[in-house]
Design a protein. Structure first.
Length: 402
């Protein structure tokens, strides 16, 4: 029998499944480890690592209510990995990315993650999208001691619970709502409402908004939830419009955001709308047309079409060269930065990378400079950025940065 390290979990599971008595299950595990030990040389590679490659896995929403955001994010991520491979990879190893669609469904994200670990034998999980999905897969990853790098969520709830295996490269939703509330109160607006998506992500955003207002002795004038499929967007818009707020914080993503914006514009065309970064500027401009004008969107990345930071210039150049012009936006920029950061983090793990070395390299006080976008990690700082800026969509779809 010939076993690789990556095949060991699959082999053990298959044997244990066939063994109904507990002592037989233990014997199966012992036999598996013994078989592997006979052929494994000292210093054998980590799961997902060979002499020529490192395999990583990603479960994101390539379809469903956040399909547009997930697709753009995925394109940016793949582009940066392809570029790294063209340059020779990391310490002579190419990076093999396995990407699966979870349609923004937490249970499917868990199924995908199990497959990536048990069948594909990945070294790490990268860029999982969505608060609910990340919260669902983290117990499994913690149990298996597998890092999740660049989780695509700003959930404060995930940041409050320290985990050795979770790292992010974007600011928290609390950072975004703080920026929004600070802007509004600075210009004298205190009558503020909120719409939030009726799931873990939306409730997390709502908590951040309430906290930002409380710090200023204020509270929400009105709030209403919207389901992810936007079935009650009209009802929420009427509830909020009835309170006549001066501004509304839109704490949602995908279809819920689009349909609520359409409905609130019908009854309150002059109300200011301020949205989280995951609202996705590209989607807003494409779906809302002229009604997108004046919408303020928090951004947790440098401008994807800007010329100030080297990473923005490189992102544009490579996306256009790959014929991905239609995907250029903040979501693709987030994926691009996440992948570039992963490449740097993998380098820190040394010439013989292990999962433990990967984590320890980041926890050693790593400063990752991704073309001017700086990330700082340490043992007690797994969330590398607090960068937030506000942008306004102008008539015609261009952006103005505050």
């Amino acid at each position: 029998m010939t076993l690789t390290f990556e095949q060991l979990p699959i082999f053990v599971k298959a044997l244990a499944t066939r063994c109904h008595a507990s002592f037989l299950a233990k014997a199966a595990v012992t036999a598996a480890f013994s078989a592997l030990a006979l052929q494994m040389p000292a210093g054998a590679a980590e799961v997902g690592v060979t002499a020529k490659s490192v395999t990583i896995g990603q479960s994101i929403s390539l379809s469903g209510p956040l399909g547009a955001i997930g697709t753009d994010y995925g394109e940016g991520f793949k582009l940066a990995i392809d570029d790294a491979n063209r340059r020779g990879g990391v310490h002579g190893r190419k990076i093999n990315l396995i990407q699966l669609d979870d349609a923004y469904l937490s249970d499917r994200a868990l199924v995908n993650t199990r497959k990536l670990l048990d069948e594909d034998g990945v070294f790490a999980i990268v860029g999982s999208l969505g608060t609910g999905s990340v919260a669902t897969v983290m117990p499994l990853l913690t149990e298996r001691r597998v890092p999740l790098f660049a989780a695509f969520t700003g959930a404060d709830s995930l940041r409050r619970e320290p985990s050795r295996y979770l790292f992010t490269v974007i600011a928290a939703y609390g950072d975004e709502t703080e920026k929004m509330v600070n802007h509004l109160t600075t210009i004298g607006i205190k009558n503020i409402g909120a719409m939030y998506q009726n799931n873990a992500f939306g409730k997390d955003g709502l908590a951040g908004a309430e906290a930002a207002l409380k710090r200023r002795g204020l509270s929400l004038a009105v709030s209403a939830s919207v389901e992810t499929n936007a079935s009650d967007a009209g009802t929420a818009a009427k509830t909020i419009a009835a309170a006549s707020p001066q501004a509304v914080l839109v704490l949602s993503a995908g279809k819920a955001t689009i349909e609520f914006a359409r409905e609130i514009r019908k009854t309150s065309p002059a109300v200011r709308l301020l949205m989280l970064s995951v609202a996705d500027t590209n989607l807003l401009v494409r779906e809302l047309g002229k009604d997108a004008a004046g919408v303020v969107v928090a951004q947790t990345m440098p401008a994807p079409a800007g010329a100030k930071m080297p990473v923005s210039i490189e992102h544009q150049k490579l996306m256009k060269a790959a014929g991905k012009d239609a995907h250029i936006g903040y979501a693709s920029m987030t994926g691009f930065v996440a992948a570039r950061a992963f490449v740097q983090a993998l380098k820190l793990a040394g010439t013989e990378p292990t999962r433990d070395k990967f984590i320890s390299g980041l926890e050693s006080g790593a400063r990752l400079d991704v073309g001017g976008y700086e990330l700082r990690f340490s043992a007690d700082r797994h969330h590398g950025s607090n960068y937030v800026e506000l942008t306004m969509i102008r008539s015609g779809g261009s952006l103005f940065a505050y």
